[in-house]
Design a protein around this ligand. Sequence first.
Ligand SMILES: Cc1cc2nc3c(=O)[nH]c(=O)nc-3n(C[C@H](O)[C@H](O)[C@H](O)COP(=O)(O)OP(=O)(O)OC[C@H]3O[C@@H](n4cnc5c(N)ncnc54)[C@H](O)[C@@H]3O)c2cc1C
Length: 511
Amino acid sequence: MTGTSTPTDHHDPLAEVDVIIVGAGFAGVGMAVQLKQNTDLDFVLLERAQDVGGSWRDNTYPGVACDVPSHLYSYSFAMNPSWSRHFSPGSEICDYIRSVAAEAGIDSALRFGHEMLDARWDDTALRWTVGTPHGEFTGRYLIAATGHLTDPKLPPIPGLEDFDGTIMHSARWDHDVSLRGKRVGVVGSGASAIQVIPAIAGEVDELVVFQRTPAYVIPRRDRAFTTAERRQFQRDEASVDEFRRLIFWGGDYQFAARRRVPQYISEAEQIALNHLDSQVSDPELKRKLTPDYEIGCKRILKSDDYYPTLERPNVTLEDSALGRVEGSVATSVAGNGHGLDVLIFATGFETWDLPSAHRIHGHDGVCLGDQWSTGMQAFNSTTVHNFPNMFLINGPATSLGHNSIVYMIEAQIDYVLGALRWMSTLADDQVLEVDAGREHAYAESLHENAQLTAQLAGGCSSWYVDPRNGKATLSWPNFAHTFRDDCATFEPAPYLVSSGQRETSGFAAAL
Ligand SMILES: Cc1cc2nc3c(=O)[nH]c(=O)nc-3n(C[C@H](O)[C@H](O)[C@H](O)COP(=O)(O)OP(=O)(O)OC[C@H]3O[C@@H](n4cnc5c(N)ncnc54)[C@H](O)[C@@H]3O)c2cc1C
C-alpha cells in the first residue's frame, strides 16, 4: 500500500464489503442507489471530498449551470418535476444529487475524506484492497466512478508560478477573492469560460479573454419554468417523462452533424454563424470569433450573453493563447501584454491520462495508467483486461457533446448490475475478466466510427483527442441511444471466468 493507509488505523464496519465504489458524483451515487435498490450486496462509497456531487460540488464559479436541459440531465429513476430552469444552476444540481442520495438512504455507506490512494487486486485472496487516509477497504468488486472532468488542468505557462496576482482554476473557485474593480484575465473560451465571462464582466474593472480557438456558439434560450409548468410536472409524472424524451431525441438528432452528414453540418453551422452575426456588430471581433474548422470538432457551446459581453468596453478578446507571465503582466502568444490582478484558468481537466488510473493495480500489480500509456480503452466502456472484478463508470468512450452523460452513466449502471447478477449465480471464488482480444476489437470498432466524426475529421485539436495516439478515446462516437443498445445489457460471452486462473470462457462457466 502507498500513502498513509494502514490496515489497522480504523475499525470501519464497512472495511470488508462486496462492492467498493470510488467517487460520489452522478456515477457513484447512481450506482450506490441502484445497488441498494436491486441487490443484497453490501457496499461502501469512498469519496475524497466532504460531500457528494462530483463536478457540481467542485464547480461553483459564477454562472455555472448545465448545458443539457435539466429534465434530461438527471436520473430516470429520480425524476425531478421541480427544476427551476431549463438549464439549472450548478448548486441546484448538487442539491438534487444530495437529495437522491439521502432519499435512497445510502448515507451510511458514504465515507467522505476517503481518497483512494491505491487500489490493488490480490490474485490469491481474489479481492480488491483500497487504501485511504483512514485505512484499507477490501471488496470482491471495485467500481471506479472517479469521473473524467474531475482533476483541473493548468497549461504549462512560463513564469506563471511567479505571477504577482491571484491564480485560480474555474473548477476550484476561491469565493474569498473579490473581483470588484480588478483587472482580470480569463484563460480559455470553452464551456466554463463562456459561463464565467458574462457573470463577472459587470463587476470587474477590466477583463481580458485569452482565446486559443473560437468555439461555435448557438442560442441557449434558457428560461425559468413558470409555476403552471412546474405544477403540471409535479402532478403528471408522465409529462416529465415525455419532456425528457423530446429533449433526448432532439439531442441525438444533433449527432447527425457530428457524423458529418453534409446537410446537417451546414444546417448546424448556419445556426451558429447567424447567432454570431446577430449578436456581434464589430467586424474585427466577428472575425476573431469565427471558427475555421468544422462544427462538432470541438464542443458546441450554448450562450445568449457571451457574445454581447465581448462587446462591452471593459472587455478585450485576445485571439491567441496566453504565452507567458512576467510579474503582473500576462502576454499572449501574439505578443500583447496585459497588466492583471487575477488570472482565471478555464482550461479544463486531465481527460485522457486520468490520475485515478495510476492508482489502480490489477493482475501481478499491473498499473491501469501504465496499461493505458498509449491510450485508454475498455470493453463496453466498462471493463478492462488484467483488472478482474473491476468496472469503470463514465471512463473511456462515454463523453458526449450532444446528449446527457447521465443517460450514459445509467446504461453502464444497468450493465454492472447485470454482471453482478450473473456472477451471483456462480461460486464465490469466481472472478470476471474481459477477454483482451474482445476489448481490443471493441476499441478498434469505436475508432473506426470516430474517424467518421467531426471530432477526428473536423480540422481542430480538442480535449476529446488523446495526443499519444490521435484517437478520441474519451468520446462515444455514435448516437447516445446506440450506447444503451450496445452496452446496457450484460452478456457473459466476452468474459473469462475463473478462480484466478483465467482459463474458462464466460459461456463455459455458465454451463
Ligand atoms: C462545469 C461542468 C459542466 C458540465 N455540464 C454538463 C452538462 O450540462 N451535461 C452533461 O452531460 N455533462 C456535463 N458535464 C460533465 C460532467 O462531468 C458529467 O455530466 C457528470 O457530472 C460526471 O459525473 P461522474 O460521477 O462521472 O464524475 P464527477 O462528477 O467528476 O465525480 C467523480 C467523483 O470522484 C471523486 N474522486 C476522484 N478521484 C478520487 C479518488 N482517488 N478517491 C476518492 N474519490 C475520488 C471526485 O472527488 C468526484 O466527487 C459538466 C462538467 C463540468 C465540469
